[in-house]
Design a protein around this ligand. Structure first.
Ligand code: BG6
Length: 480
């Protein structure tokens, strides 16, 4: 569905996120006919550059980050014509008049400011936008994590943003919410009658959420070191996945009904037990360098892996824990949510007693997005009544058929900003509730100067993470 013509100002337009994600996403939306060519995309950054200079940079970004098959000359030329640029001093007065001139005077035109800048600039830039009178008429502001590094700083940031923009106009991105399969989780749960009766601790034994990466911290040491997997991944992406899995059905699919239900889940989380958290740090392994080398600090205590057991203490989930794990430099890139059901109460098949064959619903986020339902069937053939495992499998790429390109999360999210739809964005109170839950755990290990457990590059994480499950007579799914 095409969106109305809009003005989008991208602060930090020459930075890595803008080049890698945002510019390609906007290009695709235009090429697919969703973003009209009369939309204006105004890059704003400190560098002195003219519009042509910015267009050249954008063209190079498309070349670097999109396959040639997706870049036909005509579309690229049409896209570049939508771009403009203004040098703006985010912390001072310089350049703001020029920025204002670049924007349309049409009050009915949606206007959004995307802050692809260092987080310490979020508050000051929001304040300047308002002070310059550019924030009126329903203008929206977009920010992305890190949204604070603990509850206090997240509160301070929310307060700063609130001075300049109403909550209904603040779009906090968690790019996991823009992933196709994550949205599909909601379709699966709330557009099918089949699962809801089983979606509770009476039938579900536990849930496993895994976001495993094979990459390391890739030159991001200065950001990542001192932050770690708990803040970088659990506080946002993994908790969002947990919320969507655990929440009650909202009355309708709208921004506040969905976010109210997610917030209730966050508030229902039982305090984390420090004994149920395992932190790890990668080391050794072939040609890859260890975490401390990547971070440039031999004494770093930052975790590149974390596994934990969470309890959603409410009627639906009490007794069915959620195990979460995420880490870098693991065996494979694999993200999934596995709902592991309870075993059949009694086995009628001789010889099959004690076999562990729980039904499992696996929602694969990446790679190979899709859904698998693990079942038990009769082993085909004349060999008697022997049982075996079989999967009911659905891969989205197959379903999409000819349309093989999966849109990137940012494509969906940026268009939602223009449409004014906040459903897939985090509300301020959600962000705070997530910090409130993880803060005490971080404070405890920081106070104890606890060292993360080493794990080998290319493994599935530290041994202790296996124990986290074994203690409960459960086991992690294989990372492969
Ligand atoms: C980011 C984290 O938010 O998500 C990174 O800061 C991480 O550390 C990335 O690598 C993972 O995103 P994706 O979409 O590749 O799973």
């Amino acid at each position: 569905v095409p969106v109305d013509p809009f003005d989008l100002v991208v602060f930090g337009a020459t930075g890595d996120l803008a080049r890698r994600k945002l510019i390609p996403a906007l290009y695709h939306r235009m090429r697919d006919g969703q973003a009209p060519e009369s939309a204006r995309i105004v890059g704003a950054a400190r560098s002195e550059m003219d519009a042509d200079g910015f267009r050249r940079m954008a063209e190079e970004a498309l070349e670097e980050f999109l396959p040639a098959a997706e870049r036909d000359r005509a579309s690229v030329a049409r896209f570049l014509a939508m771009l403009d640029y203004r040098a703006v001093d985010a912390m001072g007065d310089g350049g703001w008049d020029g920025l204002s001139d670049a924007l349309s005077c049409d009050a009915g035109r949606p206007r959004a400011f995307y802050l692809s800048v260092a987080p310490k600039l979020f508050g000051p830039i929001a304040g300047r936008i308002a002070a310059q009178g550019l924030g009126g008429d329903g203008a929206r502001i977009v920010v992305e994590k890190p949204l604070g590094r603990d509850l206090a700083s997240a509160r301070a940031l929310n307060a700063q943003l609130a001075e300049a923009f109403d909550e209904s106009r603040i779009y906090r991105i968690d790019h996991y919410l823009g992933k196709e399969t994550v949205q599909n989780l909601m379709a699966l749960r709330f557009a099918n009658a089949l699962f809801e009766p089983l979606w509770n601790a009476r039938h579900v034994d536990h849930v496993q959420i895994t976001v495993a990466e094979s990459v390391g911290i890739e030159g991001r040491g200065p950001y990542y070191d001192g932050v770690g997997a708990m803040r970088d991944m659990v506080q946002n992406h993994l908790l969002q996945l947990l919320c969507l899995t655990a929440m009650e059905p909202p009355a309708r699919f709208s921004a506040d009904t969905v976010r109210d239900e997610k917030l209730k889940v966050l508030r229902a989380l039982a305090p984390l037990d420090p004994r149920e958290i395992v932190r790890g740090q990668y080391r050794n392994g072939g040609n890859a360098t260890s975490y401390i080398d990547d971070a440039g600090d031999p004494d770093s205590r930052t975790e590149s892996y974390v596994a934990l057991k969470a309890e959603v203490a409410n009627w639906r989930w009490s007794g069915a824990p959620f195990y979460l794990r995420t880490g870098k430099r693991l065996r494979a890139r694999m993200s999934e949510i596995a709902i592991v059901f309870k075993e059949a109460p009694h086995s009628i098949f001789p010889g099959d007693e004690g076999a562990e064959r729980p039904n499992m619903l696996v929602i694969r986020l990446q790679p190979d997005e899709g859904i698998t339902l693990a079942m038990t069937i009769k082993d085909p053939g004349p060999g008697g009544m022997r049982l075996t495992d079989a999967n009911l499998d659905m891969t989205f790429a197959q379903k999409l058929g000819a349309m093989t390109r999966m849109p990137d999360a940012y494509e969906r999210l940026v268009m939602d900003v223009i449409r004014g739809d906040q459903t897939l964005f985090m509300r301020g109170d959600e962000v705070e509730a997530a910090w409130a839950w993880i803060d005490p755990a971080i404070a405890a290990w920081e106070a104890a100067s606890e060292k993360p457990r080493p794990y080998d590059i290319g493994s599935s994480g530290p041994e202790d993470a296996l124990m986290l499950m074994h203690r409960d007579h459960r086991r992690w799914r294989e990372i492969k």
